[in-house]
Design a protein around this ligand. Structure first.
Ligand code: A3P
Length: 291
């Protein structure tokens, strides 16, 4: 059953042509974000909703802890009580950015925004960005279940209704195909590393190693194993009440690939294949996505 019966117009507002959930973001917040001063040693994770951002956030915050000679989990679990600001850059009140000036380096932040809606200082200061992308079919499947589980998002009576909206611009944070096209313009920059959900799933040890190398964080064999073990789906799900409270079950659903086969009709499958082929397949990011 739908998580809420509130009308879409009460749940969502539009900023620069893209819908966002009213309870998480605000026009004032976006205005304040424009003048956010990024530091060159900030650590940024960019990923569309449901691409696995909580997972990669776990890996990155553990790596940051290790770089500071702290024990992973004791100091810096993403959503643990001790975190000073909610890690998603565009989520929170307008004063958040002023408070963030007082946080010690390296600051970790995640974002679902497209590059053109991020503060200019991120690119000017060449901040390193880990860009996470996921197969649009599994991503849509995950987003559908999430929309019906999280009260902040418009819910859907049927998967068909969701699919129609997903293929247009109606999703919160905008259209995923447009998201990929916009980030594709940055895919060559040396301060940006792209990783796919699917490759991280297939070889998590290699993913952790590559991410650590990109951010210049040396790891002992023991530390490497610890980060891999703590970021497994099972470990994160088990720990989710501590890290995500009552949202644990919502964020750690299946954590796999090809669940889309349980939802897509043959026609929808063809429609998405066509959209992917026309809009993304030929781009650098499109080629990286296992499809
Ligand atoms: P599913 O709904 O397909 O299970 P986000 O964190 O960006 O909201 O993405 C959520 C998706 O990432 C969910 O996908 C979730 O299960 C999956 N996920 C979370 N932690 C994971 C992990 N450690 N390994 C693999 N997938 C994970």
């Amino acid at each position: 059953e739908a998580a809420n019966s509130m009308h879409r117009d009460d749940l969502v507002f539009s900023y620069k042509g893209i819908p966002y959930p009213t309870t998480l973001c605000s026009p004032e917040g976006f205005k304040a974000l424009e003048s956010f001063e990024a530091r060159s040693d900030d650590v940024i994770l960019a990923g569309y909703p449901k691409s696995g951002t909580n997972w990669l956030s776990q890996i990155l915050t553990d790596l940051i802890a290790i770089s500071q000679k702290k024990t992973p989990g004791e100091e810096s679990s993403v959503n643990a009580e001790k975190v000073d600001e909610f890690p998603y850059l565009e989520v929170g009140d307008a004063e958040k950015y002023e408070r963030m000036t007082k946080l010690p380096s390296p600051r970790f932040m995640a974002t679902h925004l497209r590059p053109e809606n991020l503060p200019k200082s991120i690119f000017k200061n060449k901040v390193k960005i880990l860009l996470l992308i996921r197969n649009p079919k599994d991503l849509a499947t995950s987003f559908y279940h999430f929309s019906n589980a999280l009260a902040a998002l418009p819910s859907y009576e049927t998967w068909d209704d969701f699919f129609t909206d997903f293929m247009t611009k109606k999703m919160c944070w905008g259209c995923y195909f447009e998201y990929l096209s916009e980030w594709n313009k940055y895919a060559d920059q040396e301060n940006i590393m792209t990783i796919t959900f699917e490759e991280a799933k297939e070889n998590p040890a290699l993913a952790v190693k590559n991410i650590a190398t990109f951010f210049g964080i040396p790891l002992t064999e023991e530390e490497h194993q610890l980060v891999v073990q703590r970021s497994s789906f099972q470990a994160m799900k088990k720990n989710s009440e501590k890290t995500h409270g009552s949202f644990g079950n919502i964020f750690f659903r299946k954590g796999g690939v090809t669940d889309w086969k349980n939802l897509f009709s043959e026609d929808q499958n063809k429609k998405m294949d066509k959209a992917f082929e026309e809009r993304i397949a030929g781009t650098k990011l499109g080629k990286k996505l296992k499809y």
